[in-house]
Design a protein around this ligand. Structure first.
Ligand SMILES: NC(=O)c1ccc[n+]([C@@H]2O[C@H](COP(=O)([O-])OP(=O)(O)OC[C@H]3O[C@@H](n4cnc5c(N)ncnc54)[C@H](OP(=O)(O)O)[C@@H]3O)[C@@H](O)[C@H]2O)c1
Length: 296
């Protein structure tokens, strides 16, 4: 299949493109910079510019764009950048998919859609929550509407925290834990929904190639864990103690509003759509995923 991927230079996109090509798909990357390779096509989502020709005869568009949620302190300007980088890109691609008659749009979203769920289990049938990230995810998913209205099969990837050997959350935490500075954050009772990078990529390809999968899809392993559980598992994987408890007020002082929405609170999401459709996870427990990510 011919596939166009936006946001392909990131943690997930890079791995996904390699996997798609390995499986025989022909991939064109949409890039915001000057193209340097024959398989790249320039677009400017802020100006609504995309080369119409690039979508002609394409079997699917995958959109993984978005400025890093935890990369900077959430100033008003950065929150706007978080929204623009997701909503504008989705809007441009959803309209382009509609106009070109592309049959499938696989678009980013996140389990942040559910807000803080406490210890309540949520799946794709559950309502959205409160807060900046929930509103962002709702608007992000709604921005795909032009594509679904035109008859495309639209999948919204409600991705959980991706556990990868390089980058992402583990890239930030690993140096601290390796120095024996790892510890529970706040009460430690907040849930973390997570997925290993190989499962994230396999689940995107699964959604891409299964015509019966559409709408929101939770991309998370079947066993979310509490922060306290995750902290101990990290310590064991790295053979380091995790004696510390970082109080909630200190986490908030250090990273601001992001702490209240994504670090001291969380989601206990489960992958109902994927499980019902027969997707097989390679890493079902956080111990399996950490062992893969840390020993690689
Ligand atoms: N990794 C996770 O744990 C996780 C969890 C939940 C949801 N997600 C979502 O999954 C998607 C991919 O995640 P990722 O971890 O691969 O992200 P990433 O490594 O930060 O890459 C995101 C991509 O978005 C594009 N991008 C960055 N800033 C942008 C901007 N201002 N405007 C337009 N595009 C911009 C870049 O692509 P180009 O430079 O090639 O254009 C970049 O490669 C994101 O939407 C993210 O929110 C990820």
């Amino acid at each position: 299949m011919r596939i166009v991927v936006a946001g392909s230079s990131g943690l997930i996109g890079n791995e996904l493109v390699t996997s798609l090509r390995g499986d025989g798909h022909e991939v064109t990357r949409l890039v915001r910079r000057q193209p340097t390779k024959a398989d790249e096509s320039q677009w400017d989502p802020g100006r609504g510019q995309i080369d119409d020709a690039v979508l002609r005869g394409v079997g699917a568009v995958i959109n993984l764009c978005g400025a890093g949620i935890g990369d900077k302190r959430w100033s008003g300007a950065y929150k706007q950048a978080l929204r623009d980088s997701r909503l504008t890109t989705t809007d441009v691609l959803a309209h382009a998919v509609a106009e070109a008659g592309v049959p499938v749009l696989v678009n980013g979203s996140a389990v942040g859609f559910y807000g803080d769920t406490g210890d309540r289990i949520v799946d794709e049938q559950s309502p959205s929550g409160a807060g900046f990230l929930s509103a962002l995810c709702r608007d992000w998913e709604a921005a795909t509407t032009p594509a679904s209205k035109a008859g495309a099969r639209v999948v919204s990837l409600r991705t959980a925290t991706v556990l990868s050997p390089t980058g992402g959350m583990l890239g930030k935490l690993r140096p601290l834990f390796s120095l024996g500075l790892g510890g529970r954050l706040g009460s430690g009772r907040q849930y973390l929904s997570w997925i290993s990078l190989p499962d994230e990529v396999a689940a995107i390809e699964f959604a891409l190639t299964h015509d019966d999968v559409s709408g929101p899809v939770d991309l998370c392993a079947p066993e979310p864990v509490t922060n306290a559980h995750f902290t101990s598992a990290m310590g064991r994987a790295l053979h380091r103690p995790t004696p510390w408890i970082v109080p909630g007020f200190a986490v908030k002082a250090l990273i601001g509003e992001f702490a209240e929405e994504a670090v001291l609170t969380g989601q206990r999401a489960v992958p109902k759509v994927l499980t019902d459709a027969g997707f097989q996870f390679r890493h079902r427990t956080v111990e399996d995923a950490l062992s893969y990510a840390i020993t690689r």
